[in-house]
Design a protein around this ligand. Sequence first.
Ligand SMILES: Cc1ncc(COP(=O)(O)O)c(C=O)c1O
Length: 438
Amino acid sequence: MKIFEEIESEVQSYARSFPRVFHKAQGEFLYDEEGNQYLDFLAGAGTLNYGHNNPVMKKALMDYILEDGISHGLDMHTKAKGEFLETFNEVILKPRDLNYVVQFTGPTGANSVEAALKLARNVTGRENIISFTNGFHGVSLGALATTGNSHHRGAAGIGLSGSTRMPYDGYLGDDVDTTAYLEKVLSDSSSGVDKPAAVLVETIQGEGGINAASFEWLRNLEKVCREHDVLLIVDDIQAGCGRSGTFFSFEEVGIKPDIVTLSKSLSGYGLPFAVVLIKPELDQWKPGEHNGTFRGNNLAFVTAKATMNHYWRNDEFSKEILTKGDYIAKRVDEWVMHFGEGNFSAKGRGMFRGINCVNGEIASQITRAAFKKGLIIETSGADDHVVKFLCPLVISMQNLEKGMDIVEESIKEVCAKEDSIPEDTDYFDNVVKMVATR
Ligand SMILES: Cc1ncc(COP(=O)(O)O)c(C=O)c1O
């Protein structure tokens, strides 16, 4: 359709990777205008964990609309909001022994990150936020200051301040616990790192390349925060809502963040919705200090309530996610053994997984080949070098296998065409060699 070229902005991104006009969607499938079917391993970049037009949420939504339920309510009390809060408390928070109040922010992940950062700064009276290499927290200015990616940062057109970057787990090699470095700089009054208000972390970095932090690293991070009286904010916007295998990605780790951001799959239906979860003693907002016209997306409250009642009242769904996640991991491990000359590697946990293809060119050839075979799948990472599997969590085993088969065929095809696959060299080994040969 020419209209997209004529009057849609050049800022488009996913539309360039998948140049079709999509029209319908159901479960793990998307359909274009001509009726071609595509298996969706992108799922709204983690927004459609329960699939497209999930019948459970669709019914709840249609019933609500048909009875003229409120769709937009600013931040006023509505029946739909009350029922969302009651269900969230009963099904999600209480069974996990989590005591949070819920702040409804503007309905994007970035806006909930903005709110979390503001709150942490105002409560502590400190400005600095510790964020991590390869972290992604959104593209509005405050969130962007904590985001690593230079492509996104470069678009700010203004200095991005208020955050100090620290190396994420594994950034300095497998043997280095980077929380020890954080501990050192926070203990050293001459380190040059201002005492932070908070540490902002993803337990599994999505856009940064599906980097899963070890549980030990996350526990050490929490310890450092507690020792230095620094707040711990977990950005669970992509890793949360079941993607890691549990509702929150930090549950199994056993840490208790002070603040949590949630969005993406929270509504369960692709409807915009974001919240900040706040330990009650930190909820020091004054009325309306952080506001926004679209904080009261009541349609999203209705579908979110339906997801919790249907999927999260027991641990059946979690078990299903872990089984599917293990299957994905098994397939990826096999490919790492058989293709890419041993240079590819497996990444992630739960159903938040990927394969590191060493460079972006190879990864994008694989995703392009997969698209030709009817699979929508994207890359992530600093050089877009990781092919990421973000299929809906509710995908049938049969279609999961089908999607993984398509990726396997695509990898096989691309690797067969390459003279040699570049090695994923350890940055520090290279530095040591460079210094030795000087
Ligand atoms: C971890 C994380 N935080 C924040 C965001 C920003 O969310 P949004 O694009 O809804 O602003 C994203 C988006 O991918 C994300 O993955």
